[in-house]
Write a protein that binds this ligand. Structure first.
Ligand code: GLY
Length: 399
């Protein structure tokens, strides 16, 4: 990685954010010959580092997010070639792991809810197969014998987000992307166009193009019209199965009214269990209640999980927007490009976001698929919203 140790710096483009969005966009731009600088904050805190890495356009879909589904599916389509390109450019594994994903229902109420989801998927023409408990356990033998039903979704996969991030950093570095560690205090501008950024320590980077890709922190940027992005806290666990068998499939479980996911890695040493969803701002606390609920529900789905080592507990911040969909496209000032607000779908939306940002900056063209996701939609009345708020239960866990 090419790090910058002295400032001032001049570049063609400055990318605010060293997570998946920022890294992927910077790599695309540098590969096309632009001088790109990434300003990366605290790497451990980035949602790209904390996430589980589900690529789940189908199993994460909800009844109110059909417009977002189109974007998610478009990004999923790009994943295999994107991952192969990143791997080729970096010499590192991309982390992509193919599906299927299995959803399971713990009790009769959960099964009713899953059946509703299955009907919805059928109406949308998305492939899924209903399974009896026995069929589900034949496919994933570690599932609890007491589960009521399953749903197999062939198209949903996963990607080890930490591997992907490392590969994108390397690919970017090899293409000439420079990295500066720090926090952007504000975007600088003349009357109508951006001129660069100023960091919290007062140092400046001059560039005619600024990409906002700092996830949940985008709402704190000054110097540009405020972005409606807020942190949605998620507590998430990493278990190490060690010598015990781990599930082969990504498992999503409806467990007594709550929902969790368990995402295995090929190494056999990491099973990611997530996640709470809490409106607590940038609250860094890992709580007893959060960990308890995740472990309790993981055990209901996969009893063997109680044997695994609790290797890591972490907190991440999903960049939430008022309609749960990302903010993609041009900003209010010339030279400003927005790529934030990816909420629950950041890992999934990385390929399409990088391509869309590159298309805007390199060719001054907007990919048609991102057009509904411009920031201007929030200037309209609520009837213009792309999707709607996702409900939560009283513990703040996603319902
Ligand atoms: N996409 C998983 C999560 O937001 O927890």
């Amino acid at each position: 990685m090419n790090t910058i140790s002295s400032v001032p710096v001049t570049a063609d483009v400055v990318v605010i954010g060293g997570g998946l969005m920022g890294r992927a966009a910077a790599w695309r731009l540098a590969s096309a010959g632009l001088d790109a600088v990434v300003v990366a904050g605290e790497p451990q805190a980035a949602a790209s580092n904390v996430a589980a890495g589900m690529l789940a356009p189908v199993t994460e879909t909800t009844f109110t997010e059909e417009l977002l589904l189109g974007l998610n599916l478009a990004s999923m389509e790009r994943y295999p070639s994107f991952a192969a390109e990143v791997s080729e450019a970096s010499g590192l594994p991309s982390g992509l792991r193919s599906g299927p994903t299995i959803s399971i229902a713990y009790n009769a109420d959960d099964a009713a809810r899953m059946a509703q989801l299955a009907d919805y998927l059928t109406r949308l023409g998305l492939e899924s197969t209903r399974l009896t408990s026995r069929e589900a356990r034949q496919l994933e033998p570690l599932l609890a014998p007491t589960i009521r039903a399953g749903l197999l979704v062939p198209g949903d996969a996963s990607c080890d987000n930490r591997q992907l991030l490392a590969a994108l950093r390397e690919a970017g570095g090899r293409s000439g992307v420079r990295t500066l560690t720090g926090f952007v205090h504000h975007v600088s501008s003349t009357a109508d166009r951006v001129t660069g950024v100023v960091l919290a320590d007062g140092s400046e980077i001059s560039a005619p193009t600024v990409v906002v890709a700092n996830g949940a922190w985008a709402g704190q940027l000054t110097g540009i019209p405020a972005l409606p992005v807020r942190p949605v806290k998620g507590q998430i666990l990493r278990l190490d199965p060690g010598r015990f068998p781990q599930p082969g499939l990504v498992v999503r479980a409806f467990t007594r009214g709550t929902e969790i996911y368990l995402v295995p890695r090929d190494s056999g040493h990491e099973l990611v269990v997530g996640a709470t969803s809490e409106e607590l701002g940038f609250d860094r606390r890992v709580t007893a209640g959060g960990v308890y609920e995740l472990l309790r529900d993981a055990r209901l789905a996969i009893p063997m999980s109680t044997e695994y080592v609790l290797a890591e507990t972490s907190v991440g911040y999903r960049p939430g927007t008022p309609d749960n969909a990302p903010i993609l496209g041009r900003g209010a000032l010339a030279g400003l490009v927005l790529a934030t607000g990816h909420h629950r779908n950041g890992v999934l939306l990385t390929p399409i976001t990088a391509d869309a940002v590159a298309e805007l900056i390199l060719h001054d063209r907007s990919l048609p698929v991102i057009e509904p996701f411009g920031v201007e939609r929030f200037d309209r009345s609520t009837s213009g919203r792309a999707t709607s708020e996702r409900p939560q239960n009283d513990r703040g866990v996603r319902t």
